[in-house]
Design a protein around this ligand. Structure first.
Ligand code: C2E
Ligand code: CA
Ligand code: CA
Ligand code: CA
Length: 279
């Protein structure tokens, strides 16, 4: 038994070491990716179901590693948050998205909203929040068409600081979206003092629409509450016509998902945006 225990310990220890080596390797590669511009932004269109028009885009970061290929953001964003690299990565994301937004505004696409994900780390760090604030100031963009997507985690870590920082942004006219709504624990009433403009209905809700009646009732209730509280609702992860029809029936009019488009690189997105302005 002792031997077995010892063996197990060795196993766990090696596992632990392996995990650390993996983290350090990944962190180093991410640093290189930033330096050598292996990061890029994809954009997923947000569509008005009634007019069929693209009203905005969500910027989603992509890491294309020359050796390993595509590294999904769910793998490296949490890691970057752990190592503190997120601040630099995020400033790169904001810089890139805001430069793009500025170009669109100069080229007749002023109305296209740009949604950017804001890490919960930034909302809880004074220094880094201020750096981001000055980055936002550095670009000449219409703030009313900028949306920052935050998660519940960012708010509940320190609700008073979060509210204070979000108010700085909303006073400039920037919109705040609550991302992944429905996956966390807070109710909208708990969040009533948080300055929010948009609620993003999580994909898991949209997914479960046909499955059972309870989910359906919950979505209906959320949509009606959002309407009463004057939040815009964006439905995420719409994949089927049935899901779209259901949302339309519930008077939900804006959403994104593979049914319309996957996140796409700028070269593919731009012609689509331009064809819409002509229309
Ligand atoms: P998120 O912010 O909830 O982003 C939506 C995710 O859902 C994206 O995954 C998108 O590609 C995916 N998606 C969109 N429509 C559909 C659909 O119809 N079906 C399915 N199955 N999936 C759909 P992605 O790009 O892999 O990003 C995953 C998460 O990584 C994001 O979730 C966000 O939390 C984080 N992330 C991505 N880009 C950034 C970024 O630039 N900054 C930060 N801080 N986080 C990011
Ligand atoms: Ca998001
Ligand atoms: Ca989301
Ligand atoms: Ca998510």
């Amino acid at each position: 038994a002792k031997k077995e225990g010892k063996g197990k310990y060795v196993f766990y220890k090696n596992d632990f070491l392996k995990a650390n080596i993996k983290t350090v390797n990944m962190a180093n590669r991410l640093k290189n990716a930033l330096d050598s511009e292996h990061l890029t932004l994809y954009y997923q269109p947000q569509v008005n179901f009634i007019t069929g028009e693209i009203i905005g885009v969500e910027a989603l970061v992509r890491w294309i590693d020359p050796e390993r290929g595509f590294v999904p953001p769910i793998e490296f964003i949490p890691l970057a948050e752990e190592t503190g690299q997120i601040y630099k990565v995020e400033r790169w994301i904001f810089k890139t998205a805001l430069e793009q937004k500025q170009k669109w505004e100069q080229n007749g696409l002023k109305h296209i909203k740009v949604a950017i994900n804001l890490s919960s780390k930034t909302l809880t760090s004074d220094v880094n929040f201020r750096k981001l604030e000055s980055l936002l100031e550095a670009y000449n963009v219409d703030y009313s068409t900028i949306v920052l997507e935050i998660t519940e985690t960012a708010i509940i870590t320190d609700i008073h600081s979060a509210i204070r920082r979000l108010e700085i942004l909303t006073k400039k006219g920037i919109n705040i979206a609550l991302d992944d709504f429905g996956t966390g624990y807070s109710s909208l009433s708990y969040l009533r003092n948080v300055p929010l403009n948009v609620i993003k209905l999580d994909r898991s809700f949209i997914n479960s629409i046909q499955e059972n009646g309870r989910e359906l009732l919950i979505i209906k209730a959320i949509l009606s509450l959002c309407k009463d509280l004057n939040y815009e609702v964006v439905a995420e992860g719409i994949e089927t016509k049935e899901q779209l029809q259901f949302l339309q029936k519930q008077q939900c009019t804006i959403g994104q998902g593979y049914l319309f488009s996957k996140p796409i690189p700028i070269e593919i997105l731009e012609p689509q945006l331009k064809s819409l302005t002509i229309k």
